[in-house]
Structure formats: structure tokens, C-alpha cells
Design a protein around this ligand. Structure first.
Ligand code: SF4
Ligand code: SF4
Length: 183
């Protein structure tokens, strides 16, 4: 977070964006998701840069990594931090709880739907996260799975229905999960 004050392969830098330092939880600092890190000075970055935890050093959002992502996706503008988890199987569009409807706005929502369809066709997923609330984005609808508690898992995938194959999303207890992963 704000790690990319150094140029990365796309040439993009964090600049004055610090949004991941608010949205993402950092275990090493006992920092919960959705709360500003006490070491962050929004607008100028990390006040302990250089001795910040490895989790922070390892983090990079998709805006920094993906040159094809238009400037409108810069997190400080979109209020959405995009990143991959589970070896790329799940794309998280992590929304600033201070702007909880940002993902519904143009052009974000239309893009999220397009990407969700493309990812699902390849057995991958896209979810919107607002604090610990998860919304699965499916081609034909969005499924609000509510707040995920510790141990809850999420299934998102293709199922057979009487009307043919369809995508489904559901939350389920860990012990019943067979083809899922935590957020
Ligand atoms: S959200 Fe992305 S652009 Fe913004 S500070 Fe974090 S890594 Fe940098
Ligand atoms: S330690 Fe620095 S880089 Fe890590 S979350 Fe806090 S402000 Fe951001």
C-alpha cells in the first residue's frame, strides 16, 4: 500500500491515493479492513514507509498492474480497490464504505458485469466487497450474500437447473463447502 511510490512495470504510481491503507486489513498491525491505518497520512502516504509490514509490501492493486485499466479506475477516483485473491480465482472489487454505491455507477457497473461474465466463463469469480458484505456479480443478476462471518465460505459457479445450466452464488458453512473459498 502506497508501496508503488516506486514506479512499477506499468509506470503507474499511487500518487496521492492511499485507499488500500483504509480498505484492506493488515494482520501484522491488527488493522481491520475498512479503517484507516494509523500509519497512513491520507494524501501523502505511509509514515513508516521502509519499515512497513511485508503484507503491505506484497500488496498491489490492479490499477497499478494493468495498463489497460483506464484512468477512471484509479482507486482515489473510483473509490474501488481491485485485487486478486486465491491465486487469481477471485477478483475483489473492494468498495470504500464511505462511497458504498460507487460500484453501481457508470462506467464501473457495466465493466464489472462484463468482467464477471468473462471470468465465470473461465471458472473464475468477481465479487464486490463493502466492509465484510459480499455481493456476487453474475451475468444476469447480482446476489447479495450479506456479511461474511469468520469461517463462512462462498460458492459461485455453474449448476444444472430444470431449465438448463445457470450460475449460482451462495454462502455456506465451512464444513459443507466443496467447491468454494473464503473471501
Ligand atoms: S489502492 Fe492501489 S493506487 Fe491506491 S494506494 Fe493502494 S496500491 Fe496505490
Ligand atoms: S503500514 Fe503504511 S503501507 Fe501499510 S497499511 Fe499502514 S500506511 Fe499503508
Amino acid at each position: 500500500m502506497t508501496i508503488a511510490q516506486l514506479p512499477n512495470p506499468t509506470g503507474r504510481t499511487c500518487g496521492t491515493c492511499s485507499l488500500c491503507c483504509k480498505l484492506v486489513g493488515i494482520e501484522a498491525l491488527d488493522k481491520p479492513p475498512g479503517k484507516w491505518c494509523p500509519h497512513c497520512k491520507p494524501g501523502s502516504g505511509c509514515t513508516i514507509y521502509g519499515s512497513h509490514p511485508q503484507e503491505c509490501r506484497d500488496f498491489s492493486c490492479l490499477y497499478l498492474e494493468t495498463a489497460e485499466l483506464p484512468e477512471v479506475w484509479k482507486p482515489s477516483k473510483s473509490r474501488i480497490v481491485m485485487y486478486l485473491v486465491d491465486d487469481g480465482m477471485r477478483l475483489i472489487a473492494h468498495v470504500d464504505p464511505g462511497s458504498p454505491n460507487a460500484w453501481r455507477e457508470k462506467p464501473y457497473y457495466q465493466a464489472l458485469k462484463t468482467w464477471a461474465k468473462s471470468r465465470l466463463d473461465r471458472g473464475r469469480q468477481l465479487v464486490v466487497r463493502i466492509d465484510n458484505r459480499i455481493i456476487a456479480i453474475l451475468p444476469d443478476r447480482d446476489v447479495d450474500l450479506g456479511v461474511l462471518e469468520s469461517g463462512d465460505l462462498v460458492f459461485i459457479g455453474k449448476v444444472m437447473t430444470p431449465n438448463g445450466p445457470s450460475y449460482e452464488a451462495r454462502k455456506m458453512p465451512k464444513e459443507t463447502a466443496t467447491a468454494s473459498s473464503s473471501p
